[in-house]
Design a protein around this ligand. Sequence first.
Ligand code: 1GP
Length: 285
Amino acid sequence: LPICKKIEPLGTNIFSHLCPLLVPMKNSIYTHLQTTRAQGKKSFAVLVDPDKTNLSQLDTLLALGEQANIDYWFVGGSLVISDQLDELVQHIKKNSSIPVILFPGSPSQVTPHADALLYLSLISGRNPELLIGQHVLSAPFVKQSGLEILSTGYIVVDGGAPTTVSYISNASPIPADKDDIALCTALAGEMLGMKLIYMDAGSGAKQAITPSMIKRVSSQITIPLIVGGGIKTPEKAIENCRAGADLIVVGNAIEKDSKLLSEMSAAIKRSEEHTSELQSRVDIS
Ligand code: 1GP
């Protein structure tokens, strides 16, 4: 595994290299996500796939992200072939003030240069490697990285076409109309102690997750809900926010048309007006 290179030198006792007291636990991104959820505010993350981005395209994207004041850069993908992840993350950190959260498809996509890591457990699947196996192998490096660790219950939902995540994970997605399965999975994730739930229809999904499923899950969990996969229009982003998503992730649609970045960002902020209107109606009644 590539990860083994990164934790060298291990010596004979790996624990002597972990020095947990020297690695401060960060919590700022999670605190922010919890606070914004409590306030009914919505966040927007743009997914940067290292395989599809070269550094010159990246500069344009970074400028658009700064202008639109997006909340996070997500970096990763189910299958990252190129070896430019470290360089790409360092470039983003140097040229953008927006926090970088790793969204890794495998332990080899962990770099200490980011701000936080979605420590994903694929709880919708039954592949033990993606539930816990790869976490065990990468734990020493993850611990040493100094990244803010965001344990995330990752739920893949059928988006109408086989996606890279469903193929690579060798796990069936939850059928798009089975809201109750998604709900029970999310509840189990929360009760197991996960800090976030990420419902993903997969990158480039034909259909995004339905508002009905988002609403069912969001209304019953108390931790922040991330929703992504196949969101192609600002209207869809608004619909998902109003259904209860706290953080919307968009990758493909912005890769195809970078103008969408500012439109999506504005739409997601606009959706808050509706949410706070509903909130004040609930407060009054
Ligand atoms: C995929 O949720 C992300 O894991 C984003 O999906 O690329 O379809 O926007 P898209």
